[in-house]
Design a binder for this molecule. Structure first.
Ligand code: ATP
Length: 290
């Protein structure tokens, strides 16, 4: 089986600054670091490192070649990433000495996908494969519709939260991932609890408090506790959790067991700095002592 992930690929450019720049100020950074980012890329890497066949559907511009090479290196199938004449998605991340950050995000190529590209990629999918979507690309609703028609299990991580985007994909969803804040935002936008929206499986992640599964068919609610770790950087924990849950489901693991494995991966992630580049592989996750 496979996981088809329509997702963003970003170049994260991180600048350490003596303080945040004032309007009109020119400020020299004290250090610079560049890495692979984007929720989509993180989730593809997580799914691949968890042992799944992860096919990324996306787009990069001419400066994005290394991001595709890096995804390939991490085991992601990159055949369906288009090379287009648009700037590669990127984030300019300013960090001050207190660790506070400011981020300028330019979606670029991530929002230049076409329905034809998505349709062509998914024509290689098999019924029962998983299609994963988030909100850093365009074409989510079109992809969800195509995925549903092809008999794929459609999963969606509602991040960054966008009420219109969630509601556009809801009718075609099998699995919905939300963090605590997104769950509250969705309830506020619709007046309905996420677990009452007709989606088969709803997972709400709760950071250090773990994650909760709502079975839309039986109404059963199951809590999966988090592991006890000392967090240093929570970036990418949610993306890693999602990729791990789906990889486990893809090989037939029951939901609550899949979430248990994913919470081990999420716990390891919060003990490390960085995102896609530090996502643990399955062996590490299985062998970790907490
Ligand atoms: P982010 O946007 O920071 O990537 P998120 O808000 O989408 O994350 P979280 O709910 O913070 O997602 O984390 C996802 C999962 O990772 C949690 O359900 C939990 O299993 C694990 N996790 C997150 N934070 C911690 C923590 N401090 N200790 C242990 N496990 C954690």
């Amino acid at each position: 089986m496979a996981i088809w992930n329509l997702g963003s690929i970003n170049i994260d450019m991180v600048y350490a600054l003596p303080h945040m720049p004032e309007p009109g100020e020119t400020l020299a950074a004290t250090s610079f670091d560049q890495g692979l980012g984007g929720k989509g890329a993180n989730m593809s890497v997580a799914a691949a490192r968890a042992g799944a066949h992860a096919c990324h559907i996306g787009a990069v511009g001419p400066q994005g070649t290394w991001t595709v090479d890096r995804l390939t290196e991490y085991g992601v199938d990159t055949r369906h990433i288009a090379r287009i004449e648009a700037p590669t998605g990127h984030a300019i991340i300013a960090v001050d000495p207190a660790g506070e950050n400011q981020i300028i995000l330019f979606p670029g190529a991530n929002r230049a996908l076409t329905e034809a590209q998505v349709g062509q990629a998914l024509s290689a999918a098999n019924a029962g494969d998983i299609l994963l979507l988030q909100n850093e690309t365009n074409m989510q609703a079109e992809a969800a519709r195509i995925g549903r028609q092809l008999g794929l299990r459609v999963a969606y991580a509602a991040a960054p939260f966008d009420s219109d985007a969630v509601q556009a994909v809801l009718p075609d969803l099998d699995l919905l991932f939300l963090n605590e804040i997104e769950a509250a935002q969705l309830e506020q936008a619709t007046g309905t609890l996420p677990q009452n929206m007709g989606v088969k499986d709803v997972i709400v992640t709760l950071g250090a408090k773990g994650a909760r599964h709502y079975d839309g068919q039986t109404g059963v609610v199951t809590d999966v506790p988090a592991l006890k770790v000392v967090p240093v950087d929570t970036t990418g924990a949610g993306d890693t959790f999602t990729g791990y849950v789906l990889a486990a489901l893809d090989r037939g693991m029951p939901m609550v067991q899949a979430m248990g494995l994913a919470s081990r991966a999420g716990a390891l992630m919060v003990t490390r700095h960085g995102a896609a580049d530090v996502i643990p592989d399955l062996k590490e996750v299985q062998n970790a002592k907490f």
